[in-house]
Design a protein around this ligand. Structure first.
Ligand SMILES: [Zn+2]
Length: 409
């Protein structure tokens, strides 16, 4: 590694690493009529890309021919529009690939897996930022948490991997998907707590110490004849009664979702952008205020923080502490870009800085901002000016409209 490039970063960075640059091509195939399949083909080059994490700027990358200043990696990634294969290609050519590549192999990855990998990163950054914002948007936090907890695992197999790379698997996902089957016969025994009049006694971490779940409520949600766990409410109610041996963080998720679906509204869907939809009409602002009480609020924040912790720690597998013989100080060995990206988020202090989306609807680019500056809504002065002009034009129009004679009178 050339001495110079290292020194550029070394002065003010928290960690540094490098990896090979690569060319990228998108293959488009049509496996059947009307179906389009994208595959990314990656060709590692001999050029090296250098990365450094600099407080206030985040993770920056700089290749041999690049400008003196490194270019921020995470905002470039967050700016990729959903499913935009061209933008992913441009990102990889600029910043390198997320995982280690072997130059002698045919490196190909299907677009769906790569998009999911990027969406997870986006959701994680959005969740961290949402938790740091002065104004707490609970529905957004819930949607992002559910996305990270319950999305199917993405498996990526490249030729040089001994075993495939897997995205983080949360305990809740395993319980939710029946990976740990529950022995209902044991649970029917007396000591779990059953009473003909009141139903099942459930030790409750959200509304402690316990909640009685009536047999009717249970059957209504889970099904009378056979078990139907196709909805969030059904699964949450089933697990609320039956997942008695689940670990406390997993149990918190189950208890929270049971109460949320019952008291606030049954959840239909969520996504990595933080949108949450309900099975029936969503609760009004007033209903939400009344039903989403302090116990639920605090449970959700704890659940979101636990999820973030698991997600980040899992992805720090590619970061190894190492001793720097030159400076005789602790340092880190970061093995690939994805680990470096998660490490850069790990280093972010959401109480100090976070990513916000530009409020100019024509821009919507993410930018790093001090958490205390609740007023900074735009990524750059040009966006603020554009919006000011737009608002001014709107005002003038409204003024004109009120000054015009009323056609009826
Ligand atoms: Zn902007």
């Amino acid at each position: 590694m050339p001495e110079l490039s290292q020194k550029i970063f070394h002065a003010n960075s928290d960690f540094e690493f490098s990896s090979v640059a690569c060319d990228c091509e998108v293959d488009v195939t049509h496996p059947s009529k009307g179906v389009t399949k994208y595959t990314f083909r990656l060709y590692p080059k001999s050029d090296i890309i250098y990365y450094a994490y600099i407080a206030g700027r985040g993770l920056v990358s700089k290749n041999k021919d690049g400008a003196f200043d490194g270019r921020a990696v995470l905002p470039d990634l967050l700016a990729i529009k959903d499913g935009d294969a061209k933008a992913v290609e441009a990102f990889i050519e600029q910043h390198g690939f997320f995982l280690p590549l072997d130059a002698n192999e045919d490196n190909a990855i299907d677009a769906e897996s790569l998009f999911c990998l990027i969406d997870r990163l986006k959701a994680m950054v959005a969740l961290m930022s949402a938790l740091g914002e002065p104004k707490t948007r609970y529905k957004q936090i819930l949607a992002l948490t559910l996305y990270l907890l319950l999305s199917p695992t993405v498996t990526i197999q490249l030729p040089n991997f001994e075993s495939p790379f897997l995205t983080c698997i949360h305990d809740v996902w395993q319980v939710w998907n029946g990976v740990y089957p529950i022995n209902e016969n044991i649970l029917r025994s007396e000591d779990v707590g059953y009473n003909v009049d009141e139903g099942y006694r459930v030790v409750d971490s959200v509304r402690p110490p316990e909640t009685w779940l009536t047999t009717n409520e249970y059957s209504d949600a889970v099904g009378y004849e056979s078990i139907d766990l196709s909805g969030v409410k059904a699964s949450a109610t089933y697990l609320f009664r039956n997942a008695v041996t689940a670990q406390p963080p997993c149990r918190l998720a189950v208890d929270f979702l049971y109460h949320f679906c019952k008291e606030v509204g049954d959840i239909k869907a969520w996504n990595h952008k933080g949108d949450l939809t309900f099975v029936s009409a969503p609760p009004t602002a007033a209903q939400f205020r009344d039903t989403f009480d302090e116990q639920l609020q605090s449970a959700l924040i704890t659940l979101a923080k636990n999820t973030l912790k698991t997600e980040i720690e899992y992805n720090l597998n590619g970061v190894v502490p190492s001793y720097d013989t030159e400076t005789m100080a602790p340092s880190w060995r970061v093995e690939y870009l994805l680990a470096g990206l998660y490490f850069s988020v790990f280093y972010m202090r959401p109480k100090i800085e976070l990513y916000r989306i530009c409020a100019n609807p024509n821009c919507r680019l993410p930018f790093l901002v001090k958490t205390t500056s609740s007023k900074q809504k735009y990524c750059q002065p040009a966006c603020a000016n554009a919006m000011a002009q737009r608002n001014h034009r709107r005002k003038m129009k409204a003024l004109q409209a009120t000054n015009e004679p009323d056609p009826i009178s």
